[in-house]
Design a protein around this ligand. Structure first.
Ligand code: HSE
Length: 403
């Protein structure tokens, strides 16, 4: 019998509870016959009407000091006290599984090191892509490859919002409210719409791919707050859509170029058809070529599905650490922001004649809004783009175009 605990009884925590209760037989079968028993649920709120209210505690030490508990699911989110709790649990020789991308992106290097030292597991399948298997496939199934590129729709909330704008013409604020009501958004939705959530997720994937910690503070991050209904209409005119993309490219010298930004994506790309709260991650390996992972990127049961899979894995491997690992680099591994060129979709009230003088060869898009020029530039570095955009009388929009 393996005894486990849940820390945080929010959307994901209650999903973990439901799955442990509803799929008990299956979980036990998959954990080499070990029954999985839930012993504690930590939450600061009262759950007096809960059918198993005796499981609830407000005392972290009830879990830490319980020698029977071997695996803990940290689904409370945020950095503190999740970091302190996780560190204490790993140091006490308990495995921890988590959906907390902020914690993994910030303290993952240290927590993985502690887990390795204690021969326990720190697993985080649910931290990227919700229910999509991506961490384990990258670590195991793609292990023969040098990863060349990762491009993903990594945030369900922003994808849901953009999709509502594109498909139903809904304004941004209404679409965001819908996403919050459906339980997809972060407690502070600024983390979603400003791109920080996607940034932490691409940092985790890039760290996994390169074996060196990619610090999310070093990733240029732009959210979707500046994307308008007119922008998505223009994209449609170009047979394309606008998506928030987390992107990382790896060169043979170990340098990583990474960015989070809205991008115009042609409708013939598989990423363009990823709708609603779905996520998709395209990984390019030097042996396998392109592989795409697709599924529900947020929500109660999809995310809990990945957390519970990690619980089962931790129970199965209670005697050994799984060696998912990256280390702190001794030197800067981030590539210069000008090492990558993008074309840009630009809208300005400046004349087409001026646009051509400044940008040279570019592709004009038929006007949707009167008295403006809309065009796609040739590929430019960020500095080249900034220099040219500065020369326009104004810039209504500039969005990268995914090659
Ligand atoms: N707020 C996140 C999203 C939840 O919308 O993708 C899943 O990480």
């Amino acid at each position: 019998m393996a005894k486990v605990a849940i820390m945080g009884y929010g959307t994901v925590g209650s999903g973990v509870y439901d799955i442990i209760k509803n799929n008990a037989d299956r979980l036990s079968r998959n954990a080499n016959g070990e029954e999985i028993e839930l012993k504690h649920i930590l939450d600061i709120r009262d759950f007096d009407d809960h059918p198993e209210k005796e499981l609830f505690t407000k005392e972290f030490n009830d879990i830490l000091n319980d020698g029977e508990v071997s695996v803990v699911a940290e689904v409370m989110g945020g950095l503190h006290p999740a970091y302190e709790f996780t560190k204490s649990l790993l140091e006490a020789g308990k495995s921890v599984v988590t959906s907390n991308k902020e914690l993994v992106a910030t303290y993952g290097t240290e927590l993985l090191e502690i887990a390795r030292g204690k021969n326990v597991n720190y697993l985080f399948e649910a931290s990227v892509g919700g229910g999509i298997p991506i961490i384990r496939p990258m670590h195991q199934c793609l292990t023969a490859n040098n990863i060349l590129k990762i491009a993903g729709i990594l945030n369900g909330t922003t994808n849901y919002i953009l999709n509502q704008m594109i498909k139903n013409g809904k304004p941004f604020e209404t679409a965001l409210k819908d996403a919050q009501n459906k339980g997809f958004a972060e407690r502070n939705p600024a983390a979603d719409i400003e791109g920080h959530d996607a940034c932490r997720k691409i940092a985790i994937l890039a760290s996994l791919a390169s074996g060196k910690m990619v610090d999310y503070n070093d990733i240029d991050t732009e959210g979707i707050t500046a994307v308008t209904l007119d922008d998505v209409k223009y994209a449609d005119e170009m047979d394309a859509v606008v998506k928030l993309i987390g992107y990382a490219e790896f060169d043979k010298d170990g340098k990583v170029y990474s960015i989070v930004s809205p991008m115009v994506i042609k409708k013939d790309s598989p990423l363009s058809g990823v709708d609603g709260v779905m996520n998709a991650i395209m990984v390019t390996g030097d042996c396998v070529g392109d592989v795409m992972f697709y599924g529900a990127g947020a929500g109660k049961l999809p995310t809990a599905s990945a957390v519970v899979a990690d619980i089962v894995d931790a129970v199965k491997h209670s005697e050994r650490s799984k060696k998912i690992f990256w280390e702190k680099p001794s030197e800067n591994i981030m590539a210069d922001r000008d090492s990558k060129k993008f074309s840009y979709f630009v809208r300005t009230t400046d004349s087409a004649e001026n646009v051509q003088k400044i940008f040279g060869k570019c592709e004009f898009v038929d006007n949707i809004v009167d008295n403006e020029s809309a065009f796609v530039t040739s590929p430019l570095t960020r500095s080249e783009a900034e220099e040219k955009l500065e020369k326009l009388s104004d810039v209504v929009t500039n969005i990268r175009v995914m090659a």
